[in-house]
Design a binder for this molecule. Structure first.
Ligand code: ADP
Ligand code: MG
Length: 311
């Protein structure tokens, strides 16, 4: 790495303040050092965003920095982990200081909000590619898995569904009278970290909704070898999403649109009264495989599986 690249990291990505006790050594040496408290495991995840695949060249860099970190923290949230630190690998076509300042502001503001330390990374030149590895702590043996849903479990969602999907429709030209909240959800997803941690010892299975409810709940069903029945009429929908459906007839949008980053989780009925977070029951896990959707009491054919890469 050249002097110029190192000073770039110093200028935009190095913070003196350490957010949490796990960080023993941060940016500057060959490796960072992390310590794990007694009784905890490290949850580790990584996600990459590539220009023209996940975002366009003219994307707002501050929002991009936020979203890159948010999608990684959302994966930790879905396991019930408390995020502690992240690594950032940047491949940049040029050193654009205005872009870097905005990107690091979006990234580090969200990191600071959740007391997450940026402890290292890599900087190379090439087509714009952004990769984060995020690490979090979870009490030993307690992580919320996709594979632990049981027949009879209630299925819940945090927050509301389809807002980010509506935000995308608005960006693509759909016009509605109150677009701000939907655009905000699309541009600045909010990882459900506190909700994930509050579900430890309560939820059986959990996933975050990145590719759409039917696709992501589908992962729980597959990994747990179970099926599910969903009630469309119970879906938590914002008024703007209801208006969009009434306007277009596209009632499946909240089921298949991605980017909401809410949590979908299952809880056995005996534990349902222990739930303290804002959530809505939308269905039930069943032993019969497959996903069945009821709308106004009628079984609906489900053929759309949400957004899938390479398909
Ligand atoms: P090495 O050559 O040993 O891989 P580098 O010269 O790539 O080390 O990096 C020097 C230091 O800067 C390391 O501590 C590394 O983790 C950190 N670093 C490099 N790029 C980034 C980045 N984009 N964000 C945060 N830290 C970074
Ligand atoms: Mg390196």
């Amino acid at each position: 790495m050249s002097i110029a690249e190192f000073s770039l990291i110093e200028r935009y990505f190095t913070r003196q303040v350490v957010g949490n006790d796990s960080t023993k050594l941060s940016i500057g040496d060959d490796c960072a050092l992390l310590s794990l408290p007694e009784g905890y495991e490290l949850a580790v995840t990584t996600d990459t965003m590539v220009e023209n695949v996940h975002f366009f060249a003219d994307a707002n860099p501050e929002l991009l920095g936020h979203k890159l970190l948010a999608v990684n923290l959302s994966d930790l949230a879905s396991m019930g982990a408390k995020p502690v630190s992240v690594l950032l690998a940047l491949t940049l076509p040029t050193v654009d200081e205005i872009w870097l300042a905005a990107f690091s502001k979006g990234f580090l503001s969200l990191a600071e909000l959740h007391l997450v330390d940026l402890i290292g990374g890599d900087t190379t030149s090439g087509p714009l590619t952004l990769t984060v590895q995020a690490m979090g702590l979870v009490p030993k043996g307690k992580a919320l898995l996709r594979s632990s849903a049981k027949p009879g479990d209630f299925i819940y969602l945090t927050g509301s569904l389809g807002d980010a999907g509506l935000g995308l429709k608005i960006k693509q030209g759909y016009s509605c009278s109150n677009p701000e909240a939907a655009l905000q959800r699309f541009n600045k997803p909010n990882p459900q970290i506190n909700a994930g941690m509050a579900l430890l010892d309560i939820a059986n299975a959990c996933i975050d909704i990145s590719d759409g409810l039917t696709a992501d709940l589908g992962h729980i069903l597959e990994r747990s070898h179970v099926g599910a029945c969903l009630d469309w009429d119970k879906l938590p929908l914002a008024d703007a999403v209801v208006d969009y459906i009434n306007d277009t007839g596209d009632w499946a949008m909240p089921l298949v649109a991605g980017d909401d980053y809410e949590l979908c989780f299952t809880v056995s009925p005996e534990k349902a009264s222990r739930l303290t977070i804002n959530c809505t029951q939308i269905g039930v896990i069943e032993s019969t495989l497959g996903l069945r959707l009821y709308k106004s009491g009628n079984l609906q054919p489900l053929n759309s599986k949400g957004y899938e890469h390479f398909s």
